[in-house]
Ligand binder design. Structure first.
Ligand code: BGC
Length: 333
């Protein structure tokens, strides 16, 4: 073989190899392109609306149910629900979260309006064109579009009526309330007092606040039992107050002679009710509040007229009312 032939052979070989590589890469690119087209076809578009829901405490058993309700509705309404709240109950932090939602120009805000300071921010949001719905605790004199949640005054009245029905003779009540400052707790106490004042035999002897913490409820109930030996009943107005009251009464060996009303159908409260350690639980509908709030705020965004208030059901539970279906920690409706 002469030099020219060898050169031809090398050139032909190089050409075939280059052609092979080109074909190989061409096929690869084609396959990749097809995959991207397929992925794009299946990729779901971003949800149309961004709604922020801000509660009192993000990881609280009660607020988790509100968040779960909203998340369940998210799927149905082409919406992204950003569920937010402070780590520990802290109204100032909650207001910061509200302010951030306003600055982010979200499509709608659902917020628990704990006190008067929320009003300014709610009005700012609405003036900016962001609809606001209050949940759990209302700010009726703000520019919020509607309120979804318990009629807190009625809840207090129901607690008072249960106590009048279930007791006889002189009753001295110690109250442990979630907060002196927050509107819904004030209403729960007011409703209760307005009902029990119908009978002279029943009186509130003292009231303390728990900051919605179970340890603080226990401390305050302990203190009340020591300072007021005549206490024969307790009324706790936030989710963990009943738990704290029972713990304090147990440690002082006083539970037997006490009549105790707690709030919210959380698993632990239902357990205490079953064991007859709580006599009554006032049931709210946190899951329903969260679920309903999404449909309603979307109606508002779409320009539909909504009512001024949507009260969710509030109920009185005694041990005799417990069945398998209403024992799910508040998710029933
Ligand atoms: C109230 C909530 C509160 C929770 C805390 C519930 O009864 O409705 O506003 O955050 O208790 O324990």
């Amino acid at each position: 073989m002469n030099r020219t032939n060898s050169l031809y052979i090398v050139l032909i070989f190089s050409f075939i190899t280059a052609l092979g590589f080109s074909l190989y890469f061409y096929n690869h690119v084609q396959e990749y392109d097809e995959k991207i087209t397929d992925m794009k076809a299946f990729e779901s578009p971003l949800p149309k609306y961004h709604i922020v829901l801000i509660g009192e405490e993000k990881d609280h058993d009660y607020w988790r149910l509100v968040g779960e309700g909203a998340k369940e509705a998210e799927v149905i309404y082409d919406t992204f629900v950003e569920y937010e709240g402070p780590k520990r109950s802290n109204p100032e932090e909650q207001q910061k979260l509200l302010d951030m939602a306003i600055q982010s120009n979200v499509d709608g805000i659902i917020v628990q309006a704990l006190n008067e300071n929320f009003k300014v921010l709610i009005n700012e949001a609405v003036n900016k064109g962001i609809p606001v719905v209050t949940i759990d605790t209302d700010a009726p004199d703000s520019m919020r579009e509607t309120y979804i949640g318990t009629d807190n005054y009625l809840a207090g009245q129901l607690a008072g009526e249960a106590l009048l029905e279930d007791t006889s003779g002189e009753v001295n009540v110690g109250v442990v309330t979630g907060s002196f400052q927050n509107k819904h707790h004030q209403l729960r106490v007011e409703g209760f007092k307005d009902v029990i004042k119908k009978e002279d035999r029943v009186n509130v002897v003292a009231i303390e606040e728990s900051n919605i913490l179970r340890v603080e409820s226990e401390d305050k109930a302990y203190q009340l039992l020591n300072d007021h030996k005549n206490i024969t009943a307790f009324y706790g107005t936030s989710s963990y107050d009943g738990i704290g009251i029972v713990a304090a009464a147990k440690s002082l060996d006083r539970l037997e002679d006490l009549y105790v009303i707690g709030f919210d159908t959380l698993d632990e409260n239902i357990e205490l009710l079953k064991n007859e350690e709580l006599n009554v639980v006032i049931g709210q509908q946190p899951f329903q509040m969260g679920y309903n709030s999404i449909g309603i705020i979307l109606d508002i965004i779409k320009g539909k007229t909504v009512e001024d208030i949507y009260y969710t059901e509030v109920s009185i539970l005694r041990k005799s009312d417990l069945t398998a279906s209403n024992n799910k920690g508040g998710t029933d409706d």
